[in-house]
Design a protein around this ligand. Structure first.
Ligand SMILES: *Cc1c(COP(=O)(O)O)cnc(C)c1O
Length: 391
């Protein structure tokens, strides 16, 4: 029996990760975030809160997610590879784990409304789903261009009862949707801002890391059950960093386990890339201090990746710390390499992963080639959304 449970170790953080993290927000937001941080600490320490979270993960999301021995892929690569199947979750990715956790918190705080921003719409759909089951009204902010590009997800969100608000600010994409949502949050302190990745000001990375840590907690038990030992290496795609921290967090103290993160490399060269840790500089961006893709003057620049979920110029402060301390290694994986892995895994295993997850698969294939290692690769989501794109 696999225990579905977040990792209490993730509650030790105070919002800083070495020199990274913190909370760099306009003073008007400080009291709201402080209240949220205290409320989260209080609830996460309570058995009742965790019980409710776990109940929904098991009975609605469908956890634990399978850890699947990918024999055909293993034979092809020359290492023993297990896939952690977050693609099998309700709504098709790991994002729902975090949305359920934060909605539960919002409900207990008495929030009257959920707000979130989304680029490709995946976080928007997961948020609208979680808001639907708790019956809390939900507003999703999106750039006008993204509303057009992501018509199917916009329809899904509306079907789920969310109000999709198109913003015509700036470049009319994700960054501007964040600004619009933040503006709304400042004016409506009874709303709850549901952030979708391991980024932003404290307490967001702490909360998101805690809710996503169920991935690693399960994977660790599963690999010990199947193999009787820890893996030699683990892999995940890194956008903002939430599915990766979810898996990595259960292995941080096991020095024998090598940790590898796959960034959206774009064409593999700066500035046509989303590989923040590979090409970025330490900057304060959207409420936190971490690496960020910047121009020569140090201003954040738009990222570029085939994978919408990896297409973000910032990165989790904890991954920044893990890069510097060399506890984990991060590599740019190009669009072309990801597409190749996307096709390969479909043919070899009958699993069409999200193009985001295909970055992790591509990296694993490269690193593990003829190494005869035991490895876990996080399949963060399913790929229906990516099939139609010309590849
Ligand atoms: C959003 C998304 C990602 C990237 O987000 P992280 O916070 O880095 O996990 C990766 N894979 C899928 C399937 C996604 O939807």
């Amino acid at each position: 029996m696999i225990d579905v449970k977040p990792n209490p170790r993730m509650l030790q953080y105070d919002g800083t990760y070495g020199e990274y993290g913190g909370s760099y927000v306009p003073p008007v937001l400080e009291p709201q975030l402080k209240k949220l941080a205290e409320f989260f600490d209080d609830q996460a320490a309570k058995e009742e809160f965790n019980k409710e979270f776990i109940y929904i993960l098991k009975n609605y999301v469908g956890r634990p997610s399978a850890l699947y021995y990918a024999k055909n892929l293993s034979d092809y690569v020359g290492s023993k590879i297990y896939l952690k199947r977050e693609d099998l979750n309700h709504t098709g990715s790991h994002k729902i784990n975090n949305c359920i956790g934060q909605i539960l918190l919002a409900k207990k705080m008495g929030a009257t409304e959920i707000i979130a921003e989304t680029g490709a719409g995946q976080h928007g759909v997961a948020t609208a789903t979680a808001a639907a089951i708790f019956g809390i009204p939900c507003k999703i902010f999106m750039g006008e261009i993204d509303v057009e590009r992501q018509a199917l997800n916009v329809r899904r969100m509306r079907l789920l009862g969310a109000e999709v608000i198109a913003t015509n600010l700036g470049s009319r994409t994700l960054k501007d949707a964040v600004d619009a949502a933040l503006g709304y949050y400042i004016e409506n302190p009874n709303s709850f801002y549901l952030l979708g990745s391991h980024v932003g000001p404290h307490p967001y990375p702490k909360m998101v890391g805690y809710f996503q840590s169920v991935i690693g907690q399960e994977a660790r038990q599963q690999i010990l059950e199947f193999e009787g030992r820890l893996p030699d290496s683990i892999f995940a795609a890194v956008g903002g960093g939430s599915n990766a921290i979810g898996l990595f967090s259960s292995f941080l103290e096991d020095e024998s386990v090598e940790i590898h993160g796959a960034e959206g490399g774009g064409d593999g060269t700066y500035p046509n890339t989303a590989a923040t840790l590979s090409f970025g500089k330490t900057t304060i961006f959207q409420g936190t201090k971490s690496y960020c893709l910047v121009d020569e003057e140090g201003n954040p620049i738009p990222s570029k990746s085939i994978a919408a979920g990896l297409d973000y110029p910032g990165i989790s402060p904890q991954h920044a710390q893990m890069k510097d301390s060399q506890r984990a290694k991060y590599y740019p994986v190009t669009d072309a390499e990801a597409v190749e892995a996307f096709k390969l895994l479909s043919k070899l295993e009958g699993i069409t992963t999200a193009i985001e997850s295909a970055h992790a698969v591509a990296l694993a294939i490269k690193v593990l080639k003829d190494k005869n290692q035991l490895a876990i690769v996080n399949v963060s989501g399913r790929g229906d959304k990516d099939v139609e794109r010309e590849m």
